[in-house]
Design a binder for this molecule. Structure first.
Ligand code: ADP
Length: 160
């Protein structure tokens, strides 16, 4: 039984994240999408909102569960019998940080490995921050996020 975790901020979830989730879910028996609570950035959406938005768009994937976590990823992974950490790689700019994280996590917990899924070309440019930026100026984000998510983003931005 292989349990994987795909950790991230998901502020908000994009088609790039969803692509990684679907591909990772096909390779694992159980995939936990872990929404990080304490990542030092000030998020647009609260942790609960980010979890709810992910649940909304992954409901059709039966082996995917979405939870939030705080503290060290390796501790959370150990507690949940996770053997594989999944991360997405978009461009070479992601590489240095991701490699350092993977190596550090492996020193802390040698039994848990990190695998990287290269982004689908369609989403190579896509980031949560870009989506927020476009939405702030009233741009069309329908190519970047699911329609239910887009609605929540516009609602949130209009509230602020
Ligand atoms: P974090 O703050 O942990 O980087 P993100 O939500 O920005 O959280 O990203 C979570 C993971 O998803 C990271 O591994 C990131 O590289 C990956 N990711 C983000 N956008 C894309 C995309 N468009 N295609 C593939 N992977 C992506």
């Amino acid at each position: 039984m292989i349990t994987g975790i795909y950790p991230g901020s998901f502020d908000p979830v994009t088609f790039g994240h969803l692509d990684v989730i679907k591909r990772a879910a096909a390779m694992t028996d159980r995939l936990i999408v872990g929404v990080l609570k304490n990542n030092g950035k000030t998020p647009l959406f609260s942790t609960d909102e980010r979890v709810n938005m992910l649940q909304e768009v992954t409901g059709d994937l039966s082996n995917v569960e979405v939870v939030s976590f705080s503290g060290l990823l390796v501790d959370f992974a150990r507690e949940n019998n996770v053997s594989v950490i999944v991360r997405g790689l978009r461009a070479v700019t992601d590489f240095e940080y991701e490699l350092m994280m993977a190596q550090t996590n492996r020193v802390m917990e040698p039994s848990i490995d990190t695998i990287f899924l290269s982004t689908s070309l369609d989403y190579a440019y896509l980031s949560s921050s870009m989506v927020k930026e476009i939405a702030t100026y009233g741009g069309d984000i329908s190519k970047f996020v699911p329609s239910v998510t887009a609605k929540r983003i516009y609602d949130k931005i209009n509230q602020n």
